[in-house]
Design a binder for this molecule. Structure first.
Ligand SMILES: C[S@@+](CC[C@H](N)C(=O)[O-])C[C@H]1O[C@@H](n2cnc3c(N)ncnc32)[C@H](O)[C@@H]1O
Length: 301
């Protein structure tokens, strides 16, 4: 497979991978997304908060249509855009089973090209992957804002999510499975207690993105952690907190975190409490997990 140079000279992308990475989520995986009460309740609450009676809504990457259906409780009209023909068929079938589905127009199109026939009040987009990797949320919202501005002018719609905060934290992560040593990428439920994880110190924020402002596609970060424990630093945890909506009345926040992404370090480091750990990485939104993982440097100062 040929390699192309990315805008960032430190990274290369496979063109085919760059086009399709994270774009097609198989139908059977949508069942997991529907079963994930934490995700569903957070999006439902944010949509209930933001959508008002009579609103016009655009749902980019609609999948089964569930988020459009949440919006249909109050909105007058929803355009639900989905690229995968199998999902369009499935969404059509499912929306017929649910009252309110008739307000939703399913559009089989590439969200990178589609604009609604008239201005909308709210744009929902859930193409969210830990670290903003793989899926194309960032690129899509950027492209949408440019095209929408050129076509309609005026003010931009409100976005769900409104923002994302990303942080990183050094760990000693158990990498032995029934005796088998496997320093491998892991995912963890966000929050809660993780008995297989030692946290050396609190996480540090490396990026915040407000979708209504200028959006950066490159995450280039350098940071120093003061370790609070002895142990082997063998992994980094990437935390991705999506701010789905900020209430306009009481300013409360509805958030949803992606799974924690745990990336093993190429060379584990034996550390003591008080040591300084220098971390650097540089990756592109929508890139592969390997791009981020291969670009990490970790050294004890
Ligand atoms: C993470 S799923 C979310 C589905 C649904 N919104 C939900 O919350 O259950 C992302 C969806 O975006 C769709 N998608 C990805 N790239 C797309 C594109 N360029 N245009 C339209 N849909 C796209 C995928 O096929 C998938 O159904």
């Amino acid at each position: 497979m040929p390699l192309i140079e990315n805008a960032d000279k430190n990274q290369t992308l496979h063109p085919e991978e760059d086009c399709y990475l994270g774009q097609f989520i198989p139908l059977q995986y949508h069942h997991h997304m529907l079963m994930d009460d934490y995700r569903m309740n957070a999006f439902k609450a944010a949509i209930d908060e933001a959508v008002f009676p009579g609103a016009k809504v655009l749902d980019l990457g609609g999948g089964t249509g569930v988020l459009s259906w949440f919006a249909a409780a109050k909105a007058d009209k929803i355009w639900c855009v989905e690229l995968n023909p199998e999902l369009i068929r499935e969404a059509r079938r499912l929306l017929k089973l649910n009252h309110g589905g008739e307000k939703i127009e399913l559009v089989h199109a590439d969200a990178f090209e589609y604009l609604p026939p008239e201005p909308v009040d709210i744009v929902i987009c859930e193409m969210l992957h830990p670290g903003m990797l793989r899926e194309k949320q960032i690129h899509l919202i950027k492209s949408f804002k440019d095209r929408y501005n050129q076509h309609f002018g005026g003010s931009l719609p409100r976005f769900i999510p409104e923002a994302v905060i990303m942080a990183v934290q050094p760990l000693q992560q158990i990498q032995r499975f029934t005796g088998f040593h496997a320093p491998i990428i892991q995912f963890q439920q966000p929050g809660g207690i993780h008995n297989d994880t030692l946290e050396f110190c609190p996480p540090q924020v490396y990026s915040t993105i407000d979708y209504s402002e200028k959006i950066s596609e490159q995450f280039c970060w350098k940071g120093i952690f003061k370790l609070e424990q002895d142990g082997e630093v063998n992994a980094l945890r990437f935390i991705t907190k999506n701010i789905l909506s900020i209430s306009l009345t009481d300013h409360s926040i509805i958030e949803w975190q992606n799974h924690y992404l745990i990336l093993p370090l190429a060379k584990p480091l034996q550390a003591e409490a008080g040591n300084l750990l220098k971390i650097t990485f540089n990756y592109q939104a929508g890139g592969s997990l390997a791009h981020l993982q291969n670009g990490i440097t970790a050294i004890l100062a």
